[in-house]
Design a protein around this ligand. Structure first.
Ligand code: ATP
Ligand code: MG
Length: 462
């Protein structure tokens, strides 16, 4: 990180060239070129060149044309043009043509390093934002969302239709069904994609903290409010605000939310100034939201404001056809991360995955494939690579391949598998698993101890 960065200096005048190089040689590595052609050659030879400092007026190709060619070939390159002193027109034209900055000649060498340093920092920021965008697009574009089931086709259709508008969208679906990826896709496909995507997990905060998180607060609004703080509604201005676990918002914040959704105005906590924000709202819940509203647990008027366009993400077990596609996608992803050792999934292993009920939905499938890829012995994932509790649960749901596993299992294996299957099918809840098996919770505890199965962190205390 502390190795010097490289600057390319282009000027047909040798004294100027060398003078600039000397002035910058303390902080940077410098490369010099006498004309556009050798400048392009230098850039091609050393792609790590971060900045080009070029004269405008040169025999042959001038500095502006050089800049255009250089930027086209090296989009990350920062360019500062040297313009004749007093030639404001030339300077303005240079900036219009895409120069990042210009310096008037004769160059004030004391100022030079500062100007270059500042431009480097700007360029770094620009490049960082660009690569973040690229990474996000890759992570959250629609092409990253896998599915060929009718349910998912309908989701894609609705996302494409609704994304370009500013309509509020409500995403409903159990945990791990892809609500957050869909929210990102809506943002990325909207005219707001250059603006911020701001997510708030509404269940994670106490009502007071949530209110100030959403709307911000003025200094002294409450104990601990030592300075003014802008809220997520302000931070998301020009972009999309994603309200995750919306059902968990307390009644007084619901009223405030209703108002922002109606006219996009609000006040910071402890403030009197009415603020306006330009946002698109996407909300998500893993509850049966309508039933929750009907039970009086959430304001009905707010529910209708949120549910302008509703998108339902069905549990994975209701779209079996997507399981192989998702499994293949995750296999490729994790195999690439683990040295490309694992190439495929055997049909037998796949049929186990298809039979398993996936209470944790796509997230659980993703995690399972990762684990299988990391632990696999061969190039092809076999039934024996499928985690045991999944094989057991799948056998309960009746796949022949799973039922055949393990071959010649002993009586206690069978019992163990049934217990594990019941646990898996009940999301790890021991009481419900015990009910399903017709045994007491104490018996299931004892069995688990016998099988030397650890208490998992997610186990409920009941
Ligand atoms: N259709 C899909 N294609 C590819 N990956 C998916 C799909 N659906 C979900 N995933 C992946 O599954 C994981 C869980 O998805 P996500 O976080 O969007 O779920 P969620 O519905 O928001 O869950 P929760 O309610 O628990 O927050 C993520 O890693 C996501 O990338
Ligand atoms: Mg989520």
């Amino acid at each position: 990180m502390n190795s010097k960065r490289t600057i390319l200096i282009v000027d047909d005048d040798r004294d100027t060239r060398d003078g600039l190089a000397r002035a910058l040689s303390g902080a940077y590595r410098t490369v010099v070129a006498a004309d556009a052609e050798s400048a392009m050659a230098a850039l091609a030879a050393d792609p790590s060149i971060a900045l080009m400092l070029s004269d405008v007026r040169m025999p042959g190709t001038d500095g502006v044309s050089l800049m255009k060619a250089a930027k086209a070939a090296h989009p990350h390159l920062a360019v500062i043009l040297l313009t004749a002193y007093g030639s404001i027109d030339a300077a303005v034209a240079a900036m219009k043509d895409g120069a990042d900055d210009f310096i008037a000649k004769p160059v004030d060498l004391d100022q030079l390093e500062l100007r270059v340093e500042k431009e480097m920092r700007h360029a770094d920021l620009r490049n960082e934002v660009k690569s973040l965008h690229a990474a996000l697009d890759e992570k959250y574009g629609l092409e990253q969302i896998v599915g060929s089931s009718d349910a998912m086709k309908k989701v894609f259709r609705t996302v494409r239709q609704v994304a370009p508008s500013d309509a509020t969208v409500l995403l409903e679906g159990p945990s791990g069904t892809g609500k957050e990826v869909v929210a990102h896709a809506i943002h990325n496909l909207s005219r707001r994609s250059d603006g911020p995507f701001v997510a708030v997990h509404c269940a994670a905060l106490t009502p007071t903290l949530l209110e100030s998180e959403l709307f911000g607060h003025e200094k002294g609004a409450f104990t601990g409010a030592v300075s003014r703080q802008i809220g997520r509604f302000e931070a998301a201005n020009g972009g999309t605000l994603f309200l995750d676990e919306i059902s968990e918002i307390d009644p007084s914040t619901q009223i405030k939310l209703l108002r922002v959704l109606e006219d996009r105005t609000f006040e910071r906590v402890g403030g009197t100034e009415t603020l306006h924000t330009d946002i698109r709202v996407v909300a998500a819940t893993n509850r049966d939201f309508k039933a929750y509203v009907d039970a009086g647990k959430f304001r009905e008027d707010l529910y209708y404001r949120l549910n302008v366009v509703g998108i339902k993400l069905p549990p994975l077990k209701d779209r079996h056809g997507d399981i192989p596609l998702l499994a293949q996608r995750f296999l490729r992803e994790y195999s690439a991360k683990n040295g490309d050792r694992v190439k495929s999934i055997s049909p037998e292993a796949m049929s186990i995955l298809e039979a398993y009920p996936w209470p944790g939905n796509v997230r659980e499938l993703r995690n399972a494939i990762e684990k299988m890829v990391v632990l696999a012995e061969g190039e092809r994932l076999a039934p024996s690579d499928v985690p045991e509790e999944m094989r057991a649960a799948a056998s309960l749901h009746g796949t022949p391949a799973a039922r055949a596993m393990p071959p010649g299992g002993t009586l206690s294996d069978t019992e163990k598998n049934r217990v594990l299957a019941a646990l898996a099918a009940n999301g790890g809840n021991r009481s419900r698993a015990a009910d399903a098996l017709g045994i007491s919770r104490r018996t299931i505890q004892r069995k688990l101890k016998e099988y030397a199965i650890e208490d998992s962190a997610g186990e409920e205390g009941s």
